[in-house]
Structures are given as structure tokens and as C-alpha cells.
Design a protein around this ligand. Structure first.
Ligand SMILES: [Zn+2]
Ligand SMILES: [Zn+2]
Length: 144
């Protein structure tokens, strides 16, 4: 797992300033686990820096995503439901529509190569989110 110092060093090499606010945001992303909403990051960051503004949190998360330090997962459920994942290794996500549980799953290969062949398209990246119901919620749905 990458450390706060490593992320800050990366920000500096990209020519960004490492402010106390940015440092705290990175720390929250690393310590609170994967798949956090901006709101979660804001609340956790406020424990350290009570004056940190929502705009600072949103802007920093976007910046980290643009630099490839976090993955931004857009579930198609609105801005507030976007999730930030410090694990940028290749993996896909299962998201439960009912309880919001997010599970990392290994990337299935094969799809990209067949798309590449069929459409002559040079694929460099992809973001796959499978929406559905986790075992707990699927059970509840049947009994409803
Ligand atoms: Zn669920
Ligand atoms: Zn993930």
C-alpha cells in the first residue's frame, strides 16, 4: 500500500503544492479504506482540520483522480454518490443498489481484446461497475 508521503511526493513531482488540507485528504483516503464518498472524506478530514471546506475536498479529489492517484467511480447515481478508491490497480467493482456495499473483483480479461478486434479501437483503459444486489439484499428482495 502506498503511504501519505509517497502520494505527497507524487503531487510535488507533478508541480502541485502539498497543503495541510491535501495531506489530510490523502491520509483519510489511505486510512478509511477504499470506496469513500466525498462527503465521508469531508467529515473525516474535519476531525483534523475543522475549517476545511467542501470545495477544497471536492477539488482535491478531482485533482487526485486526474493525476491517477485515486480512481473515481461514477455509479451514475449523481455526483454525491461518486466513490473514490485509492487502489488504482486493475480491478472492477460490484455495487449493491440497496445497501451500497462495494466489492472489488478481479478484472475479467477477454472483453477488451474482442472489442479491440471487432471495432478496431485502441482501448487504453476501462471502468467497469456491475450494479445489482448483494446476497443479503437479494434475499430480502425475494421475501418482499
Ligand atoms: Zn446489499
Ligand atoms: Zn475498488
Amino acid at each position: 500500500m502506498i503511504s501519505v508521503d509517497e502520494v505527497c511526493a507524487k503531487l510535488r513531482t507533478e508541480g502541485r503544492r502539498v497543503t495541510p488540507q491535501r495531506r489530510v485528504i490523502v491520509q483519510v483516503l489511505l486510512e478509511d479504506g477504499a470506496h469513500l464518498t466525498a462527503d465521508h472524506v469531508l467529515k473525516a478530514a474535519r476531525c483534523e482540520l475543522p475549517d476545511i471546506s467542501p470545495a477544497t475536498v471536492y477539488n482535491t479529489l478531482h485533482e487526485l483522480a486526474a493525476l491517477g492517484i485515486v480512481q473515481e467511480l461514477d455509479l451514475g447515481l449523481g455526483l454525491e454518490e461518486r466513490l473514490y478508491d485509492i487502489d488504482t490497480g486493475e480491478h472492477d467493482h460490484l455495487v449493491c443498489l440497496r445497501c451500497g456495499r462495494v466489492e472489488d473483483v478481479p478484472r475479467r480479461n477477454g472483453v477488451a481484446s474482442s472489442l479491440r478486434e471487432d471495432h478496431d479501437f485502441d482501448i487504453v483503459d476501462r471502468r467497469v461497475i456491475y450494479l445489482g444486489y448483494c446476497p443479503d439484499c437479494a434475499g430480502d428482495r425475494e421475501s418482499m
